[in-house]
Design a protein around this ligand. Structure first.
Ligand code: NAP
Length: 368
């Protein structure tokens, strides 16, 4: 089918475009850069150079392409997000979500497209209730200032995608991307920070993170072209993990020493409200995407996924993880009944001195 891919050059856009071509689809892909457009054309993509914030140009590009499905993968995130400047670093992405998102949905409907599939994020739920939440959980629209902007921008994009008349809207809430070309990939900012021990376990590290390998996210997106009904889907792996569990795993996979630990108050001082995610965030259950899209993540857990991406350093599977009954029991496909409490984890074991020096240069995970 004819697919219009807005954002064909990004971390997800690249593997997605390959998969779309591989599945026999005709792909029109956007970029702002003529150089990138030439590279896209070499790969068999009908490239369009357009700034998505130019509403009329974006509309015209969609109408010209006459797509059957439009896929919105527009973000504008820095390679390294500064948690203390979270709102600033998310501002351009929020603008795309709020301005380009509705334009794209309306243009898709006007062009006669059957469906629009848009990228959102799985880590915007209010941190309350069970450790792993499904798509119906309330969003964290009352998050502290700074954090709230990102939630509201994603919520606005979701709303436009789901409610534009004349077209089916599907929202794919991806987990934290890892894999090539992402912040949690080789050379990526988060991987570098973990390798340098600049990303500490915060407090008891009880915040639950849902990751997804970027190739698996692309696979789910291809399936969403013609499977599943309109609505929201968590595209996350099978094993949400507490920060205290995945961070040592990642350090081990990188061949780095185990992460330091810092108390919550110090992390908040150093990194602002984003630090709270490391202790309170909930994971995202993927049962609906598995059921309705027929999607099976090829990388079910970062336990094996990090080792695969970073080359499986010896001893990585157990490095630094002292916790046995952890959030790992909160299976994404069951979503409830688990007790990913942090009650068994001790608080910070680092000395005040090392904690302070770590926190001053550390940054709890942040992503778009
Ligand atoms: N769920 C997640 O964890 C998640 C989701 C998204 C991104 N990220 C992370 O964020 C970092 C950067 O992401 P990224 O590689 O996807 O890059 P990005 O800079 O966010 O760009 C994504 C796509 O949007 C396009 N774009 C941006 N602004 C545009 C505009 N005004 N008009 C038209 N197109 C525009 C880009 O095209 P051109 O630049 O070619 O114009 C690119 O194709 C990576 O580390 C990634 O892992 C994480």
């Amino acid at each position: 089918m004819r697919v219009f891919l807005a954002g064909a050059t990004g971390a997800i856009g690249r593997p997605l475009a390959e998969r779309l071509l591989g599945a026999g689809h005709e792909v029109t892909g956007t970029t702002r850069s003529p150089g990138q457009a030439a590279a896209l054309r070499e790969r068999g993509i009908d490239a369009v150079v357009v700034d998505a914030l130019d509403a009329e140009a974006l509309r015209a590009a969609v109408l010209t392409a006459r797509p059957e499905v439009v896929v919105n993968q527009l973000t504008a995130l820095p390679q390294r997000i500064d948690p203390r400047r979270y709102a600033r670093d998310l501002a351009a992405t929020n603008r795309l979500r709020r301005e380009a998102g509705p334009v794209l949905a309306r243009a898709a409907a006007e062009a006669g497209a059957r469906r629009i599939v848009a990228q959102s994020i799985s880590f915007i739920a209010r941190p309350e209730g069970p450790p792993v939440l499904d798509e119906d959980a309330p969003l964290f629209t009352d998050a502290p200032p700074g954090l709230r902007d990102g939630v509201e921008g994603a919520a606005d994009l979701e709303h436009a995608t789901l409610t534009t008349p004349g077209i089916e809207g599907l929202v794919l809430r991806y987990g934290f991307f890892y894999g090539p070309g992402t912040a949690f990939g080789p050379g990526g900012s988060q991987a570098q920070d973990v390798a340098r021990r600049r990303l500490p376990v915060v407090g008891a590290g009880t915040g639950i993170f849902s990751f997804v390998h970027v190739d698996d996210a692309a696979d789910a997106t291809v399936l969403a072209l013609d499977r599943g009904g309109p609505g929201v889907y968590h595209v996350t792996d099978d094993e949400p993990l507490a920060q205290r569990d995945w961070l040592p795993l990642l350090a081990g996979a990188l061949g780095a020493r185990p992460p330091r630990r810092v108390p919550v108050w110090l992390a908040r001082l150093a990194a602002g409200p984003v630090a709270g995610q490391a202790v309170s965030m909930r994971g995202a259950a993927n049962a609906k995407a598995r059921r309705e899209l027929g999607w099976v993540p090829g990388h079910p857990s970062v336990r094996t996924g990090f080792a695969e991406v970073f080359g499986a350093q010896a001893g990585s599977a157990s490095a630094g993880s002292g916790s046995t009954a952890s959030a790992s029991t909160a299976s994404g496909s069951t979503a409830s009944g688990s007790t990913a409490s942090g009650s068994t984890a001790s608080g910070s074991t680092a000395s005040a001195t090392s904690a302070a020096s770590t926190a001053s240069g550390s940054s709890p995970p942040a992503s778009g």
